[in-house]
Design a protein around this ligand. Structure first.
Ligand SMILES: Nc1ncnc2c1ncn2[C@@H]1O[C@H](COP(=O)(O)OP(=O)(O)OP(=O)(O)O)[C@@H](O)[C@H]1O
Length: 377
């Protein structure tokens, strides 16, 4: 199968412009996650891929195929929803096998009495059930085969929805926040299972979530969206280590990145007017660093942040400390639990230059200052 190319997609509902000239290539066989806050247009993009909605302008192509000319059934995509979308009156078996019934049997053959009258229908049903059961076994739900959705837990229901998508053997799986209704432990377990499934099946997965942990732990690449546009598309490591925009930096990572305001590339009072020209270029309006980047020991060339500890929360192996620099915004630091300061103490921490990020007045990343080259002897 080929890559999917979305080109200059615009989509609005009435006065609301949901997708605003969005372009994206989804590589064949990759696990791509659309990550962003509620309302940024993730689900709309997924619906356009599935063919449940059409864009106002733009193109969606896969190899030589124009997907906008294909019906949802022709697009070879299966969608898994947050709400599971199971038929409540049907057993797990019939929920899982419905796509096979649709493919194997004609309208009359699908009617309830047909199986008693026509031996061919009975044979095809047996074949469908064997295929469905094999998929159910891989997801560990075969023992629930004759139960109805009301007799299942949330995690079991989502596995049934997954099995129903898998029996179709589509080339693209579309997931719309499939784990949102589950508790934290189950979410974590299913996250790993979905990723394993991707690796076994070798199909393209497009996954929508507003949960950064989900996005970062499962994906080959993440597209971080805001207000109908993609701010950054990259691997989880690229997104975390080199966020292309301040909003990406703030959205990914927990606790979130600290931002300190600079004036024309100069440190303000919060940084005690120390020189920062070797850390960020002059066009940087803000300097960001992650809470985990702060060190207690001085380092040559590091950013120095001094202030009073206004909060110190013990979190187990670490202590989360809020530091209030004089005349500046508070910063959050994650320090080792042993030796971390208590509330009310004065504290100085050091952030290595390589862990500092500069952002311009519009929030875009400014390239880091290259490290000084060692001089030739
Ligand atoms: N059928 C519709 N009619 C009118 N407005 C819509 C429709 N579908 C979506 N919207 C609006 O489009 C915007 C984007 O919705 P969308 O569901 O794509 O966002 P999302 O990023 O998936 O959010 P969430 O995580 O909350 O599902 C929202 O403001 C929503 O209210």
């Amino acid at each position: 199968m080929a890559d999917i190319h979305l080109q200059d997609i615009r989509k609005g509902y009435g006065a609301t412009q949901v997708l605003d000239g969005l372009s994206l290539t989804i590589r064949d066989g990759e696990f791509l996650t659309l990550l962003g806050a509620s309302g940024c247009g993730k689900s709309t993009l997924l619906k356009l891929l599935a063919g449940l909605e059409l864009p106002d302008t733009g193109s969606i192509r896969r190899g030589d195929d124009d997907l906008l000319r294909q019906s949802p059934a022709e697009r070879d995509c299966a969608m898994v929803f947050q709400s599971y979308a199971l038929y409540p009156h049907m057993t797990v078996r019939d929920n899982v096998c419905t796509p096979l019934y649709m493919r194997m049997l004609g309208f009359w053959q699908r009617l309830p009495g047909a199986r008693w009258l026509d031996p061919r229908v009975r044979r095809q049903l047996r074949e469908a059930h064997a295929q469905g059961l094999a998929v159910a076994r891989t997801l560990g739900i075969d023992h629930l085969w004759l139960r109805r959705p009301a007799q299942l837990s949330g995690g079991q229901r989502q596995r049934v929805a997954l099995a129903r998508a898998m029996v179709r053997r589509p080339s693209v799986f579309l997931f719309d926040e499939p784990l949102s209704n589950l508790d934290a432990n189950l979410r974590q377990a299913l996250r790993a299972e979905i990723r394993q499934l991707h690796d076994q099946l070798g199909r393209t997965f497009v996954y929508v979530t507003h949960d950064q942990h989900e996005a970062m732990s499962m994906s080959d690449r993440v597209a971080v969206m805001k207000q109908g546009r993609i701010l950054q598309l990259g691997t989880p490591t690229e997104i975390y280590e080199a966020p292309a925009h301040r909003d990406v930096a703030a959205f990914v990572g927990s606790p979130r990145m600290n931002f300190l305001t600079l004036a024309a590339g100069q440190a303000g009072p919060a940084l005690q007017d120390q020189p920062v020209g070797h850390i960020v270029p002059r066009e940087a309006a803000q300097l960001g660093f992650r809470p985990h980047a702060a060190r207690l020991a001085p380092e040559p060339g590091a950013l120095r942040v001094a202030g009073r500890v206004v909060q110190a929360e013990f979190t187990g192996a670490e202590r989360m400390v809020t530091l209030q620099p004089e005349g500046g915004e508070p910063v959050v630091l994650v320090l080792p639990a042993h030796g971390a300061p208590a509330r009310g103490e004065d504290l100085v921490v050091y952030v290595p230059a390589h862990a500092c990020h500069g952002f311009d007045a519009r929030g875009w990343r400014v390239p880091a200052v290259p490290a000084a080259q060692p001089r030739a002897a």
